[in-house]
Design a protein around this ligand. Structure first.
Ligand code: DUC
Ligand code: ZN
Ligand code: ZN
Length: 475
């Protein structure tokens, strides 16, 4: 009986990394990549990837799973359905949010979130924190302690009454990020402007979903983006602006960078493939399906986002999966009614479609290179959130998280997706690729037709210092 030195060899891969595309066999042992090269000895198992692109497993660095909401609203996906769905679309690591509730401790949020994920997740996961109540205890004790334990990123909101921080509070949390080596993610929309516009729209009887976009024009995102950059400049700390929707926020980020500031940015599929018209061109309620914040803009803004993906403005491409059903009163019909736009839960599903959409519309249509695709969907998120090079890389020592791509025609149908949400905003869209196989640490989770993974394989990953932060030795 021969004993192989590999548990698995992925043979003849056209391996794509953030810097190169090359043909190689990938030798895997004990969940990790242990050898790259041609003509590797036979493995205990073999997968022939001849003619196929193989990329690192995707990292969805902005998604919401089983995040508590105020009753009756409830997310449709928990860590079980959400992570199966992610795996079937080529994602092997998710970073959702442990959200502090005002008046409660941050530590309690993390403990609660572990109870929701541990033993349930099918793929690996780290947590971002959401800081909504930066008390002296949170700033001096809890946040530094949690950063030290591997929660090295947190989100701060400039809008939403139950989450938002004022400028002084944002300065306080940025200062903690600077001193303890974390990256702060900012949701940049001006809360007072949104409230003022919302009240005006409501007073004119304008309640339909499409007025959500009118209540959050680009100006409110532009102003808050500029303010977030100014606050970061004052503290002298890098920040990342999440879910950038179009030209005006991009211009602010370019301005910050031109002034030597370390401003990073994320965008999402909804800003490439949806427009404000998807929220309705009349007062019909189906537009509620595409209510998310910031709202999708227009075709011209989609082009600004593509340019930013191409030229390095964006480091991270995430789904911002926020899974609310359209039917039923737990989702987009709270209280079972067609409610005014201000009460429609914000968010759209997108975990499973994120990677195929960008591969198909970006790589196959010549808008971005394969290397850029890998950078945006895997390597960039891994570096930004302290998971690199264990995650987001095809290199010796990395976890064997891989996607083998099948360049075939696929029509997106919600019935074929694996999330628990009753719709997809991309219904009927025709793509040119879908994963033929998703591997997590050398185990097949998705074989191109079915989910074949076993439950509970997902592990919590302790995040390190984000590698996009300045070197500690330099400070
Ligand atoms: N906007 C957010 O900020 N989070 C969840 C979903 C959304 O639309
Ligand atoms: Zn947000
Ligand atoms: Zn979000």
């Amino acid at each position: 009986m021969s004993t192989s030195c590999f548990d698995l060899v992925v043979r003849n891969a056209r391996a794509a990394t953030a810097s190169d595309v090359f043909t190689t066999d990938i030798g895997i042992r004990d969940s990790r990549i242990v050898q790259l090269g041609s003509g590797l000895p036979e493995g205990a198992r073999e997968i022939d990837a001849r003619g196929r692109v193989v990329t690192p497993g995707g990292i969805d660095a902005h998604c919401h799973l089983d995040q508590p909401s105020s009753s009756p609203v409830k997310m449709a996906d928990d860590f079980n359905s959400g992570t199966i769905s992610a795996a079937c679309g080529g994602t092997t690591t998710v970073i959702p949010f442990a959200a502090q509730q005002k008046g409660h401790s941050l530590r309690a949020a993390v403990e609660d979130y572990h109870r929701r994920a541990d033993g349930v997740s099918h793929i690996d996961y780290a947590f971002h924190l959401i800081v909504s109540d930066p008390t002296p205890e949170v700033l001096k004790v809890e946040l530094p302690e949690l950063i030290g334990k591997g929660y090295t990123s947190f989100k701060a909101y400039m809008t939403y009454d139950d989450l938002k921080l004022d400028d002084g509070q944002i300065l306080d949390v940025l200062d903690v990020a600077k001193r303890h080596g974390a990256i702060a993610m900012l949701h940049a929309e001006n809360s007072d402007c949104i409230e003022w516009l919302t009240q005006r729209l409501e007073s004119m009887g304008r309640h339909a979903p499409r007025f959500h976009a009118y209540s959050r024009p680009m100006l409110v995102e532009r102003e808050a983006t500029h303010r977030a950059i100014a606050l970061a400049e004052l503290v002298a700390v890098p920040i990342l602006i999440v879910h950038v929707s179009g030209r005006e926020a991009i211009e602010q980020i370019r301005w910050g960078r031109a002034h030597g500031l370390n401003i990073f940015a994320e965008t999402c599929p909804q800003y490439l493939f949806l427009t404000a018209e998807d929220l309705g061109i009349d007062d019909s309620y189906t537009g509620a399906k595409c209510v998310c914040s910031p709202p999708p803009r227009d075709k011209a803004n989609q082009e600004f986002i593509w340019n930013g993906l191409r030229d390095g403005l964006f480091t991270v491409f995430s789904s911002d999966h926020a899974p609310f059903n359209f039917e039923g009163d737990e989702g987009k019909h709270p209280q079972g009614k067609e409610v005014s736009f201000r009460h429609i839960p914000n968010g759209i599903p997108g975990l499973e479609t994120r990677m195929p959409l960008l591969y198909s519309e970006g790589v196959l249509k010549g808008r971005i290179s394969l290397e850029k695709f890998v950078e945006l969907t895997a390597t960039g998120p891994a570096k930004t959130y302290g998971l690199h090079p264990r995650k987001g890389a095809i290199c010796i020592g990395a976890d064997a998280d891989l996607v083998i791509w099948d360049e075939r025609e696929v029509t997106i149908r919600n019935g074929s997706l694996h999330h628990a949400v009753d719709y997809t905003p991309y219904e009927g869209m025709r793509l040119g690729a879908w994963p033929a196989c998703t591997l997590l640490r050398g185990e097949v989770l998705w074989d191109g037709e079915s989910y074949v993974g076993s439950r509970h394989r997902g592990k919590f990953i302790v995040a390190g210092r984000p590698s996009i932060l300045p070197d500690v030795r330099a400070s």
